[in-house]
Ligand binder design. Structure first.
Ligand SMILES: Nc1ncnc2c1ncn2[C@@H]1O[C@H](COP(=O)(O)OP(=O)(O)OP(=O)(O)O)[C@@H](O)[C@H]1O
Ligand SMILES: [Mg+2]
Length: 245
C-alpha cells in the first residue's frame, strides 16, 4: 500500500475543521480523484499526503512508514519521500521562482546533484514530452495562467516522481489545454505512476481516474469507490454539492 490514512482529522491553528476522521488507502499505480465542494477539505487532504501538513488526529502511512514531522526530519526518509512524491499546487505562482522556464525545470535536478549534461537532457526531454520547448527562455512570471500550470507540471516531472499529486489542475485551462492535461496524465499513468487529483471538473473524471474519494461538506468521507459508479450516483453528487439541484 502506498498511502494509508487512518482516521485522519485536521484542524487549522485558528480552529477551523478541515478534515474529520478520514480513512482511505491508495495503492501503487492507482488513478484517484478527490471530489468535494469548496471548503470540504480536498487541498488539506492533498497537503497531508504531500507531508506539508500533519494530521492533528489519526495517522498517515507512506509505504508502511508513519509520515510525521519527526520522520520527515530524518534526512534520508525526507529526501526519499520528497523525490517520490511531486505536488502541483492550486496556485502556480506559489511554485515558480526562477528567472527562466529552463532554470525552473533544472532547479530540482540540480538539487539532486545530477551532472550538467544529465540536467540538460532531463529538462530538454520534459520540455519536449510536454510540448512546451518554445517557452524555455521565457520568465515564468510573464506567462499566462495556463502556461504557468504547464511549467509547474514540467518542473515536478523533472524530478521523475512515482506519485503525482495535483490540486485543481484543470482550473483556468482552455479546452485545448484541458485535453493536453488529460493526455499528459494518461501518459504518466501508463508509465505506472500513481496520480491523485483534486478536481471540480466532473467531465474529466472518467478520463483520468478509476477511483474517487468524495468528501462531504462536513469534511468527512461521503464515499470511496469506483469513479464510474460515483459519477452515476446523482443523489450522492447532489449531497456532496458537486452538482446543482
Ligand atoms: N490556512 C488555513 N487556515 C484556516 N482554515 C483554513 C486554511 N486553509 C483552509 N482552511 C479551512 O479548511 C477547510 C478546508 O479547506 P480546503 O482548502 O482544504 O478545501 P477545498 O476542498 O480544497 O476547497 P476549494 O474547492 O475551495 O479549493 C475550509 O473550511 C477552509 O476554510
Ligand atoms: Mg482546494
Amino acid at each position: 500500500m502506498l498511502f494509508d490514512l487512518r482516521n485522519v482529522s485536521y484542524r487549522y491553528p485558528d480552529g477551523s475543521f478541515a478534515l474529520e476522521s478520514v480513512s482511505a488507502s491508495i495503492e501503487n499505480g492507482d488513478r484517484t480523484v478527490v471530489l468535494g465542494a469548496n471548503g470540504s477539505g480536498k487541498s488539506t487532504l492533498l497537503r497531508i499526503l504531500d507531508g506539508l501538513l500533519f494530521p492533528t488526529d489519526g495517522e498517515v502511512y507512506f509505504q508502511g512508514s508513519l509520515l510525521s514531522e519527526h520522520s520527515l526530519k530524518s534526512v534520508d526518509s525526507s529526501s526519499t519521500f520528497r523525490q517520490s512524491v511531486g505536488f502541483v499546487f492550486q496556485n502556480a505562482d506559489a511554485q515558480l521562482f526562477n528567472a527562466t522556464v529552463f532554470e525552473e525545470l533544472a532547479f530540482g535536478p540540480v538539487q539532486l546533484g545530477l551532472s550538467k549534461t544529465e540536467v540538460q537532457e532531463r529538462v530538454t526531454g520534459i520540455l519536449g514530452f510536454l510540448g512546451i520547448g518554445h517557452l524555455s527562455d521565457r520568465p515564468p512570471f510573464r506567462l499566462s495562467g495556463g502556461e504557468k500550470r504547464k511549467v509547474v507540471i514540467a518542473s515536478v516531472l523533472t524530478m521523475n516522481p512515482e506519485v503525482l499529486i495535483l490540486d485543481e489542475p484543470f482550473l483556468g485551462l482552455d479546452p485545448r489545454s484541458q485535453t493536453w492535461l488529460v493526455n499528459t496524465l494518461k501518459q504518466i499513468q501508463s508509465a505506472g505512476k500513481t496520480t491523485i487529483v483534486a478536481t471540480h471538473s466532473l467531465e474529466t473524471v472518467p478520463l483520468i481516474a478509476d477511483k474517487a474519494i468524495v468528501l462531504g461538506e462536513d469534511h468527512r468521507v461521503l464515499r470511496i469507490g469506483s469513479a464510474a459508479d460515483i459519477l452515476e450516483d446523482l443523489p450522492l453528487l447532489r449531497s456532496a454539492n458537486l452538482i446543482g439541484d
